[in-house]
Design a protein around this ligand. Structure first.
Ligand SMILES: O=C(O)CCC(=O)C(=O)O
Ligand SMILES: [Fe+2]
Length: 259
């Protein structure tokens, strides 16, 4: 499939500098940018079909973690926001299990797309991972599966929604909670979100949406999938430097194998 058959370029002129600028200012202001119907319907269909064909290969991990995705701090009780257990289950197929001629590879590798992302994210350039698993992941969340509240380790995330469940699977989000670089944990704000005193923003977006968000300082989660239709989401991971690979330990945890 050609690039122009994958991306709705009429709606999203991603090479146009004014368009790039408006996307960048939206992301800078909100910490999130959602481009609805970014993917063309035929591309969504193709990615969904190849995903469903390979779904049986997915590696699932169910675990308890705290929102910071760090080892617990023994200075606080387990009920404290620093340590409070959150459960998540994640399942995905990895880059080398996605067909070479998939629209996902065409889009991920495209210089036009990478230039657009670099501009919007304020990165000089973006590079694929040096291992054969991490660059593109296709996630599956079946009935009852959810991603609990967390902060990301990476400074930005790029996702494409491929299949929406009948209900649930809503992305919930509170920006500017902690300051990862400054070391501000902001337990008070985290506590209010976990106790549902602070109401998050909710994004219930259509299939084909390109979402960019800064999840390192924004507390976010995906609510449990409801109904029989599995939530399918493509995640593109890039680095700001070439030659970076996931560590073998992390690879074993998330993928059950090393690429
Ligand atoms: O599934 C989503 O929409 C968000 C994924 C996410 O937050 C993550 O993978 O860290
Ligand atoms: Fe996340």
């Amino acid at each position: 499939m050609q690039f122009s058959e994958i991306v709705n370029l009429d709606k999203f002129p991603i090479t146009d500098l004014d368009f790039q600028k408006s996307c960048k200012s939206m992301l800078d202001k909100n910490g999130a940018l959602n481009l609805e119907k970014f993917l063309q319907p035929a591309a969504i269909k193709e990615i969904r079909e190849e995903g469903i064909k390979n779904q049986h290969l997915a590696h699932y991990v169910k675990n308890d973690h705290n929102v910071y995705l760090m080892a617990n701090d023994p200075n606080y009780p387990v009920s404290h926001p620093r340590n409070r257990p959150i459960s998540s289950s994640k399942g995905c197929i990895q880059d080398d299990q996605i067909p070479q001629n998939s629209p996902l590879h065409t889009l991920y590798d495209s210089e036009v797309f990478k230039n657009f992302l670099s501009y919007v994210l304020g990165e000089e350039a973006l590079y694929e991972f040096a291992d054969s698993l991490s660059s593109i992941n296709l996630h599956f969340a079946s009935k009852g599966q959810e991603l609990g509240w967390h902060f990301d380790n990476s400074s930005f995330a790029t996702t494409l929604l491929i299949q929406k469940p009948e209900d649930g699977g809503v992305f919930e989000y509170v920006e500017n909670v902690r300051d990862a670089i400054g070391g501000e944990m902001n337990y008070t704000a985290v506590d209010r979100i976990l106790n549902n005193t602070t109401k998050p923003k909710k994004f219930n977006l259509p299939e084909g949406t390109l979402a960019l968000f800064r999840g390192q300082n924004a507390l976010h989660r995906v609510t449990p999938t409801e109904g029989e239709r599995t939530r399918i989401l493509a995640v593109f991971a890039y680095n700001s430097k070439p030659g970076i690979a996931i560590s073998p330990e992390t690879s074993m945890i998330f993928y059950g194998r090393v690429g």
